[in-house]
Design a protein. Structure first.
Length: 202
């Protein structure tokens, strides 16, 4: 299974341009092939870290981002936090849970490291392709992401419950990836990131 590294360390990326996809992963070391040199380069990525809450994820990311070149932010993080109540709640009474909006992690990434190449994700339910792309471009602008990957949720045979998906990869243009295995989509995303960095558009 090809995994998309969420953080790529700057020290290992310096001076290297990668054209295609991760071809092997072993103990956190990713091998990339440069099709121009026909060579295989080795880079290290941020080791996997487990988290349970949005606050924990925020801490992990904002700690790693200042020294990183690329962030592919796939996590769907809650937009709200539950306000804490003092004291013990009586089980004989009704209670209201207050949800407080939290600052979006995605919107903080470019503030911490303006030079990082940021890939965001946007999902919509019951939307047309045209509206999905429009909403994704709006979110890309808001977060200052260099690229955003948009997909539908709720369509049969694709999305969260399936090994397949259909996406639109959006930077200064829109690239449609028709219904494909998620491994193929991951390869395409990495390929588009590499092309964008190589072209100097970032």
């Amino acid at each position: 299974m090809i995994l998309i590294p969420e953080i790529v360390k700057k020290s290992e990326m310096a001076g290297k341009i990668f054209e295609t996809v991760v071809i092997k992963e072993l103990n956190g070391e990713f091998f990339w092939r440069d099709v121009y040199k026909n060579e295989v380069d080795l880079i290290k990525v941020e080791k996997e870290k487990m988290f349970e809450t949005a606050d924990e994820l925020e801490h992990i990311l904002l700690t790693a981002i200042p020294t990183s070149d690329v962030c592919i932010h796939t996590a769907a993080v809650s937009d709200f936090t539950v306000s804490k109540l003092r004291g013990k709640l009586s089980s004989n009474e009704k209670h209201t849970i207050v949800l407080t909006p939290r600052e979006k992690i995605l919107d903080q990434i470019k503030k911490v490291n303006p030079k990082i190449f940021l890939v965001a994700f946007k999902a919509e339910v019951g939307s047309s392709d045209k509206n999905l792309i429009k909403e994704a471009q709006k979110r890309q602008k808001e977060s200052h992401a260099d690229m955003i990957v948009a997909n539908h949720v709720g369509r049969p045979d694709q999305g969260f419950e399936s090994d397949d998906n259909e996406v639109f990869i959006i930077d200064n243009r829109v690239t449609h990836v028709p219904l494909s295995n998620k491994r193929v989509i991951a390869e395409k995303i990495i390929d588009e990131v590499s092309k964008s960095i190589r072209s100097g558009k970032h």
